[in-house]
Design a protein around this ligand. Structure first.
Ligand code: OGA
Ligand code: NI
Length: 344
């Protein structure tokens, strides 16, 4: 990893974490998915979605052994030599695989990642040009080591899709819709899994593991280890608060697509990752995303009776996702470093 003296990592003053104020969130909902009382479960999910946009789930049915196997494979992969990791490196032609140069809002993240998609191949927009209707086929790249990587990753992805779709049923019901309402958007879903590795950082007060952002997709199911570092901007007062790791729980957060589908009722929430001077941290988000050709717009039945009508204009998911990938890919010259970032 580069030194933090590398200016690309340094956050603008107002984005830097105040490590002296670090505080854990109080009251992030913890939802037990094995709860037999369906009405209560749906009610709790709805409450968590409106009040927080973030919640943790337990008794979710994903075997903990599988999560541990994936965590282990991830540790082994990230501890390979840079030469080995770069054999499965992502580049302009190959959008999936390993890279350590992601930028969030044009500042480099203090992390390295391995991305793979669930569907093989994943059908995606070929370009961001609105008139280009060509379809691209995204293929995963698998490292030779560790040998179990592919199998474990694929098995985990299947579990995540099942869990994600189950959450979507509960979310649909919490909006007064039928459980299957969202199914049609996922026929050729573009969901993906990301293995994140945040190495120890010598200057955690200047850099971030991931700069503040909202997830663009439908929802995210995150597994994190016991180090901690994920922070959420609390809806109630706008403060940054830590999400304390809970063993065997997943963190669920709503993405921008759900915010649009719900016509703003269920907002996606700003979050970021702070880094640690001594400890490395691993996390594994699963991003549930619709088919690339989905036109994302507020559901008609949720606009009806709404005085203000639709709060968003339709947009094409595939084009949106691809332009995000492009903008993440390299630091855009136009937004190059400004000295006012360093004013006190
Ligand atoms: C992300 C993200 C959080 C984490 O990758 O979008 O928000 O704890 N990750 O790694
Ligand atoms: Ni995120």
């Amino acid at each position: 990893m580069a030194e933090v003296a590398d200016i690309a990592f340094i956050q603008e003053l107002k984005q830097r974490p105040d490590l002296s104020l670090k505080q854990d969130a109080q009251g992030i909902p913890l939802i037990d998915l094995s709860c037999p009382d369906m009405d209560a479960l749906v009610h709790d999910i709805g409450h968590a979605c409106t009040k927080w946009g973030f919640f943790q789930i337990i008794n979710h049915g994903v075997p903990s052994e599988l999560s541990h196997k994936l965590a282990e494979a991830s540790h082994k992969f990230f501890h390979l030599t840079m030469d080995e990791k770069r054999k499965v490196r992502r580049d302009v032609g190959k959008v999936l695989g390993y890279y350590d140069t992601e930028h969030t809002k044009n500042i480099r993240d203090w992390k390295e990642v391995f991305d793979y998609t669930v569907q093989q191949p994943t059908l995606a927009a070929a370009s961001v040009d609105e008139n280009d209707h060509q379809v691209a086929h995204w293929e995963n790249q698998w490292p030779q080591s560790p040998p179990e990587m592919r199998e474990v990753c694929e098995e985990y992805a299947k579990e995540m899709v099942a869990l994600g779709m189950r959450l979507m049923e509960l979310i649909a019901m919490s909006m007064g819709l039928k459980a299957q309402r969202f199914e049609e958007f996922f026929k050729d879903h573009t969901s993906s899994v990301r293995l994140n590795h945040y190495p120890p950082c010598p200057s955690p007060e200047l850099a971030l593991g991931v700069g503040h952002h909202k997830d663009p997709g439908v929802l995210t199911i995150l597994a994190q280890d016991d180090v901690g570092g994920l922070e959420v901007r609390q809806k109630s007062d706008g403060r940054w608060v830590g999400v304390k790791p809970t063993p065997d729980a997943y963190i669920v957060n709503l993405g921008d697509v759900l915010q649009v589908w719900s016509n703003g009722e269920y907002e996606s929430v700003d979050h970021r990752v702070i880094v640690n001077p001594e400890k490395e941290r691993y996390s594994i988000p699963f991003f549930l995303n619709p088919s690339h050709y989905t036109m994302v717009e507020p559901l008609p039945e949720l606009i009806r009776g709404h005085q203000k009508g639709a709060k968003y204009r339709p947009y094409n998911w595939g084009k949106f996702a691809l332009s995000r990938k492009h903008s993440n890919f390299m630091k855009l010259q136009a937004d190059n470093i400004q000295i006012h970032w360093f004013k006190n």
